[in-house]
Design a protein around this ligand. Structure first.
Ligand code: PGA
Length: 245
């Protein structure tokens, strides 16, 4: 089980420290690296210092560039994240796909850079409401997976987060049956790409909170959750971690 918190563009340093402490306390019984926090880049150092060596919690960047260095104002290279102590990077979040016009090909290039830097990558996929209502969700997700995964990479450093766009930050969680069905579909697509991908964890994300986490985590094929807003509240995030124990 992976319980991941995506802080997005939120939190001050003291708030970040409080959240890391809450996560390490709640995660005391979790496996090493079972909790992954994605702070904004400027809070990565603060988060890593606040861990004080705890190894249940891993830290990741929210994005990285496809190049290792150079003239890319405002961007962060994967080796910089690794040097700062990150072990993960989140790629292809729907907010990046929408706000930064990132295509799946761009995400695959970033994933390749991240893997070369020794980072694990959590690649997000998700359909829009229109795509779901028109019956295109499965095809959209299959295409996003095929195009966002660089060719020939190993299963070990990889996780997929299924986040229906209409469920992110809206309080609308996908129907349990739809989550389970999409996770089955994603697992089948992954195995079709590479038989080793049967072991890749598939997380659900989209309005996960302290009240619904247990039920979502119990669904077949759900290997964890990627939490946005509720990951900003120490108590709520602590309860979500407890739900995974
Ligand atoms: P949410 O965000 O939990 O606020 O819906 C999830 C995400 O975007 O990763």
């Amino acid at each position: 089980m992976i319980i991941a918190g995506n802080w997005k563009m939120n939190l001050t340093r003291p708030e970040a420290v409080r959240l890391v402490k809450a996560a390490t306390m709640a995660g005391a019984r979790m496996e090493q690296g079972g909790i992954v926090l994605f702070p904004p880049a400027i809070l990565i150092d603060t988060a890593i210092s606040a861990l004080a060596g705890d190894n249940a919690v891993a830290i990741g960047g929210q994005d990285c560039h496809a190049r290792t260095m150079g003239a890319h104002t405002g961007d962060i290279a994967a080796p910089m994240l690794a040097e700062a102590g990150c072990t993960w990077v989140l790629l292809g979040h729907s907010e990046r796909r929408a706000e930064h016009h990132e295509t799946s090909a761009v995400i695959a290039a970033k994933a390749e850079a991240a893997l070369s830097a020794g980072l694990k990558v959590m690649i997000c996929v998700g359909e829009s409401l229109e795509q779901r209502e028109s019956g295109a969700a499965e095809a959209v997700i299959a295409a996003q997976l095929r195009d966002s995964l660089p060719a020939g990479i190993a299963a070990a450093p990889l996780a997929i987060a299924y986040e229906p766009i209409w469920a992110i930050g809206t309080g609308k969680v996908a129907e349990r049956a739809d989550i389970a069905a999409m996770h089955d579909h994603i697992a089948a697509v992954l195995v079709g790409i590479n038989a080793d991908y049967a072991s890749v964890p598939i997380l659900y994300g989209g309005s996960v909170n302290a009240a619904n986490a247990r039920e979502i985590l119990a669904l077949d094929g759900v290997g964890g959750v990627l939490v946005g807003s509720a990951s900003l509240q120490p108590d709520a995030f602590g309860s979500i971690i407890e739900a995974a124990l």
